[in-house]
Ligand binder design. Structure first.
Ligand code: 13P
Length: 258
């Protein structure tokens, strides 16, 4: 089956709270050199640096087909919200993407699925493409609660304006037990949850066929090909391996040839 354009694989490097101006330079130079136009016909690639490095990333990647974004966005448009960064500011810095509801923010900062939905709305209004993250903990999985936990995380998305905007919203399935642990979900485990997410969002009115669902959680060059071969896995959200140029480029290459 021909892949729909909206389902072109997408690989996103989430740098989390890592990097320095100096350390980012060789990484960005390597990405610019290693992710050539031929490779990028088969995969879209983006990086998400910490906010202070967005300008640096835009200077390095501005003239390339690579895109960039942020790791979070305010739930407010503008005003007296000390420490927050608005969606419009991110657009100003050339961002195309923003992750919302990453499990680290849900766990460490108590971010709720309702707040995540508001952030998605702010992002869409400013012309950003949100990447909404969902995933269960190990305890959830062991108690057989994976689907109900994810259904609850998805529920507030059903009332979003982007329900009728195919391709705008991207989902990322990141099982909490696989993040930074070196323990990847098996391709079959990930596929089952991706299919569940696609069905749940289709039932909520989204165009399921146009929805990109990324897998994240200890993806490495070695594990990427089998994950990306699954029919409902449309790319990856890569943490640790996105800081190692060769590893990240190899992951992008397997997405392009999936
Ligand atoms: P790791 O790839 O380091 O497990 O991180 C995954 C992740 O949380 C990406 O958002």
């Amino acid at each position: 089956m021909q892949r729909q354009d909206a389902r072109k694989p997408l690989v996103v490097g989430n740098w989390k709270m890592n990097g320095t101006l100096g350390a980012n330079e060789p990484l960005l130079a390597a990405l610019r050199a290693g992710l050539d136009a031929a490779l990028l016909t088969g995969v879209e690639v983006a990086v998400l640096p910490p906010y202070p490095y967005l300008a640096q990333v835009s200077a390095w990647l501005g003239e390339t087909p690579l895109s960039w974004g942020a790791q979070d966005v305010a739930a407010y448009a503008e005003g007296a919200y000390t420490g927050e960064v608005s969606a419009a500011m991110l657009r100003d810095l050339g961002c195309r993407w923003v992750t919302v509801g990453h499990s680290e923010r849900r766990a460490l900062l108590g971010e709720t699925s309702e707040q995540v939905a508001v952030k998605i709305e702010q992002a869409l209004k400013a012309g950003l493409q949100p990447i909404a993250c969902v995933g269960e903990t190990l305890a959830d999985r062991e108690q057989g609660l994976t689907e109900s936990v994810i259904a609850a995380q998805l529920a507030p998305l059903a009332r979003l304006a982007c329900v009728g905007m195919p391709g705008q919203l991207v989902l990322a399935y990141e099982p909490v037990w696989a993040i930074g642990t070196g323990r990847t979900a098996s391709p079959e485990q990930a596929q089952a949850v991706h299919a569940f997410i696609r069905a749940a969002l289709s039932a909520a009115g989204f165009d399921g066929a146009a929805l990109r669902i990324l897998y994240g959680g200890s993806v490495k060059a070695a594990s990427a090909p089998a994950l990306f071969a699954m029919p409902d896995i449309n790319g990856g959200l890569i943490g640790g391996a996105s800081l190692v140029a060769d590893e990240f480029i190899a992951i992008c290459r397997s997405a392009a040839s999936a």
